[in-house]
Design a protein around this ligand. Structure first.
Ligand code: IPE
Ligand code: IPE
Ligand code: MG
Length: 259
């Protein structure tokens, strides 16, 4: 497990990895291509993708991974054909209705980050209700990024800080990485240790820009509907084989790990 260990050595307070990641963040990409390859409508790929989400949530629970964050719909995905956008929202809401009781029974906290009001009051209301229902659960925090953009997130945090400065509640010199973080949507959640993107593209596509600063990046050509537990294990194996240095030398990082 990751931990923040304090010691007298120069690597004190550096997160130390001796095992699996505590927080996994995933860009689930490739649904459309998976469907097109099979001469199916793109939405068939998105449906199959939802099944993979179920499997991944279960696997994280089994492996005692505490945080799973999934990119479901980006602020740029509104540019897609209206029909695909509508189907994606419908799929999301149906999956939520079907799964929320099970998530709750399994002690999973469900949370959405992103500007959800844009989905309309009905969808936003369902999300608020699901969040409220599961808010005290503690086995896994499942965060879905929906109508989320990393730049939007940082900008809304800046706006809140600016408002506090204008009201005289805060001095500009108090704006630090730590204070910015308290206004980001992922506040209170440790940064992702492992970032996975399926579907072959090697980019971040405006996902958790701030929070990915020191994540280990894992890209796979496997399309999301084919990302099974064996694939997840490959990603985890890649992660555990790496040395996370956080700016230290390799020797310092190793000393920190052993401390
Ligand atoms: C990811 O799959 C799901 C969403 C973006 C909602 P895509 O739909 O982007 O699949 P490709 O990249 O077109 O294959
Ligand atoms: C990123 O995938 C967003 C989600 C998986 C929800 P995209 O398929 O939208 O990313 P780009 O457009 O290829 O960068
Ligand atoms: Mg894509």
């Amino acid at each position: 497990m990751n931990s923040h260990r304090s010691s007298a050595n120069p690597a004190a307070d550096v997160p130390v990895d001796a095992g699996l990641p505590q927080h996994v963040a995933v860009i689930m990409d490739g649904n459309g291509r998976w469907a097109t390859q099979r001469h199916l409508p793109r939405i068939a790929g998105h449906s199959k993708g939802v099944e993979r989400v179920r499997g991944l949530v279960r696997a994280c629970g089994d492996k005692s991974i505490s945080f799973l964050t999934l990119f479901a719909f980006s602020s740029e995905n509104w540019r897609r054909p209206k029909r695909e956008v509508g189907s994606l929202i419908e799929l999301f809401i149906n999956a939520l209705d079907e799964e929320i009781t099970k998530l709750h029974q399994n002690n999973i906290r469900f949370r959405v980050v992103g500007d959800i009001e844009r989905f309309g009051p009905k969808v936003a209301g369902r999300i608020h209700k699901a969040q409220e229902m599961t808010r005290d659960n503690s086995s896994l925090v499942l965060t879905i990024a929906a109508n989320y953009g990393g730049r939007w997130d940082i900008a809304q945090a800046c706006a809140e800080l600016a408002r506090r400065v204008r009201e005289g509640e805060m001095d500009p010199t108090a704006i630090t990485p730590e204070s910015v973080e308290t206004y980001l949507s992922m506040r209170g959640t440790p940064d992702p240790d492992l970032f996975i993107r399926t579907g072959g593209e090697q980019r971040v596509s405006n996902f958790l820009l701030w929070q990915l600063a020191y994540a280990e990046l894992y890209f796979t050509p496997v399309l999301w509907p084919d990302f099974d537990l064996a694939q997840f294990d490959l990603a985890l194996a890649s992660y555990v084989s790496r040395q996370r240095r956080f700016g230290l030398t390799g020797e310092q990082a190793e000393a920190a790990r052993r401390a």
